[in-house]
Write a protein that binds this ligand. Structure first.
Ligand code: CUA
Length: 150
């Protein structure tokens, strides 16, 4: 026979868990959170580059190492959708784009991917947010979003 007090605790715990899961799903939906993908690794991710896929779709392959990102500057036209890929050649680095909902980890031997749109022109600062040694605070890059050439 289950104790009355014990039963109340179980019911309360169950309700709180449901509320927690519900609020998690709700937050994901309302903020349109894009869950970071982890892809199978291959050596091609170790080459930093910017690819144009079509008129308004780009890929940026970022390589992090102590203490810089490559490409240090990427030019993207306004209104583009960009697939970001990130890997690291040494230790774990962070990747945060100021004013954008992007937060990746660069892990050696792994690649993280996310997709973002740039609808406003500007200079978007990228910083490393994972302490990675004495040059950590200087580890940054820029994504320059400007109007396409006519
Ligand atoms: Cu890279 Cu901190």
């Amino acid at each position: 026979m289950i104790d009355k007090f014990e039963r109340n605790v179980i019911i309360t715990a169950f309700c709180l868990s449901c509320l927690f899961i519900f609020s998690l799903l709700y937050a994901m939906g309302s903020r349109k959170a894009d869950v970071t993908e982890c892809l199978p690794y291959d050596k091609s991710y170790e080459t930093a580059r910017v690819n144009q896929v079509d008129k308004s779709t780009y890929q940026i392959f970022y390589v992090a190492r102590m203490w810089n990102f490559e490409p240090a500057i990427a030019y993207i036209p306004v209104g583009s959708e960009v697939d970001l890929f990130l890997t690291s050649l040494d230790v774990v680095h962070g990747f945060d784009i100021y004013n954008k909902n992007v937060n990746l980890m660069g892990v050696p031997g792994g690649v993280a991917k996310t997709t973002i749109r740039f609808d406003q022109p500007g200079v978007y600062k990228v910083v490393c947010h994972e302490f990675c040694g004495t040059g950590h605070q200087n580890m940054q890059a820029e994504i320059i979003v400007n109007f396409p050439k006519k």
